[in-house]
Design a protein around this ligand. Structure first.
Ligand SMILES: CC(C)(COP(=O)(O)OP(=O)(O)OC[C@H]1O[C@@H](n2cnc3c(N)ncnc32)[C@H](O)[C@@H]1OP(=O)(O)O)[C@@H](O)C(=O)NCCC(=O)NCCS
Length: 133
């Protein structure tokens, strides 16, 4: 792991409020013994949906996730935090970012980040204008 992926002390990060925080288990590992990337992606999707819930309570689906690069592995037992921010509210879509950080000892390690777009759907499953909650 390069030093550039370590972002801050774990203590200073406690003041931030993640959309979700999880501790991953041995069942979530890949053949290398670190956490499977797909598990992290599913939590990114979930955290993004939590962020959209601040804008609207409508039914939403994930339309797209932009390129995701994993900068550091996540190890079993680490506390992984998913920090979110709303970037844009479009006509029928909401775009958010998710930053993933893992607590390793006294440090926070930057794992990855992603930009996701969610689309509001009507009862027929068609895109419908965002109604702010
Ligand atoms: C996402 C989905 C609703 C888009 O339907 P569509 O008829 O192509 O929608 P439109 O072209 O009218 O676009 C609707 C909005 O989505 C945005 N959008 C569509 N595809 C997108 C993508 N890949 N990335 C980012 N935004 C996208 C458009 O920019 C538009 O935003 P706006 O209204 O705020 O300007 C449809 O493709 C779908 O249902 N996909 C499956 C979603 C799903 O099941 N996700 C879970 C994965 S299993």
């Amino acid at each position: 792991m390069s030093s550039s992926s370590s972002v801050n002390s774990a203590a200073s990060q406690e003041l931030r409020d993640p959309a979700i925080r999880v501790v991953l288990q041995p069942k979530d590992t890949n053949n290398a013994g670190t956490i499977f990337g797909g598990i992290i992606l599913s939590y990114i999707d979930l955290a993004g949906a939590v962020e959209v819930g601040k804008t609207t309570k409508q039914r939403i689906v994930t339309a797209g996730i932009k390129e995701v690069e994993f900068k550091a592995p996540v190890l079993v037992g680490e506390v992984v935090s998913f920090y979110t921010k709303t970037l844009r509210v479009g006509r029928t879509s909401v775009t958010v970012t998710v930053e993933v950080e893992s607590t390793r000892g006294h440090d926070q390690v930057r794992v990855t980040s992603a930009e996701l777009t969610f689309v509001c759907l009507d009862k027929d499953g068609k895109p419908t204008p965002v109604v702010p909650s």
